[in-house]
Design a protein around this ligand. Structure first.
Ligand code: CDP
Ligand code: CDP
Length: 228
């Protein structure tokens, strides 16, 4: 699919940071699919749905109303679930802890993928997640698999949380990321895996700018990775 860029990879690899910068540079839209699974998790917890209740989660995912605000203006970057602004609430430790459990349910994934494909119509969009290149848009024009060592991804998340003033412990952040990656990679339905035709970028030791430059070069040269 022309003008669609798929970015997949594990937690804390820098996907959303890269996707946002790339969207600004190319004047593309940005779709954060992780936020959608977080939104379903938020609503399930609020409605006291047992996270082992497959039917309950599937029905909730089929009826949820998730809306993203436009990328510019004073409401930019906000996400709404059934009319509630949940932008901050979907990033709490409680959601981090439960999201992978909800995201492994096939009925939940089918409902989200349907919405994501609808949002991708018309192209000019960067989509990040875990199954974008393998399932959501397997014919995306460019696919990137962004990763980094567990240690570095945990350090990035830890720094981010500390800057926000959240009291966190490095070992806990690392264990939480590792636990989530394991569930995401081992689930039956569209697990986290590198699409065969994706450019693999290991960002360990790379700055955000270096990653962005490398990706832009690949796009500009029509798919040549000069660093390989
Ligand atoms: O930002 P971070 O990498 O921590 O997570 P996220 O991208 O917001 O995704 C949160 C969770 O949603 C992941 O750990 C997956 O369980 C799930 N997810 C998924 O299964 N498929 C996607 N396309 C995106 C996210
Ligand atoms: O979306 P994902 O979970 O893959 O990662 P992110 O939220 O974009 O990035 C996690 C943190 O790592 C952010 O605070 C970034 O500023 C930082 N970072 C990065 O994204 N890329 C680097 N090369 C270095 C740091």
């Amino acid at each position: 699919m022309n003008n669609v860029i798929a970015i997949d990879g594990p937690a804390g690899a820098g996907k959303s940071t890269l996707a946002r910068l790339l969207a600004r540079k190319l004047k593309y839209r940005y779709l954060d699919t992780g936020a959608m699974y977080r939104a379903v998790t938020w609503l399930a917890l609020r409605e006291n749905i047992d996270l082992d209740n497959i039917q309950g989660l599937t029905s909730l995912a089929n009826n949820i109303d998730i809306e993203f605000s436009p990328p510019s203006g004073d409401r930019k970057g906000r996400i709404y679930v059934n009319g509630n602004d949940v932008t901050e609430e979907i990033r709490t430790p409680l959601i981090n802890k439960n999201v992978s459990k909800v995201a492994r349910v096939k009925g939940v994934r089918d409902a989200m993928v349907r919405q994501q494909r609808k949002l991708a119509q018309g192209g000019h969009i960067i989509i990040d997640g875990r199954d974008i290149g393998t399932r959501v848009v397997p014919d995306a024009e460019f696919k990137f698999f962004i990763t980094a060592s567990l240690e570095e991804r945990a350090r990035r998340r830890y720094t981010e949380l500390k800057e926000k003033g959240t009291g966190v412990n490095f070992q806990e952040v690392k264990a939480e990321i590792a636990r989530r990656d394991k569930i995401d990679s081992e689930r039956e339905c569209s697990p986290l895996t590198k699409p065969e035709d994706a450019f693999l970028i290991d960002t360990t030791g790379m700055s955000i700018d270096e990653v962005l430059t490398r990706v832009i070069n690949i796009i500009r040269t029509g798919g040549q990775d000069l660093n390989e």
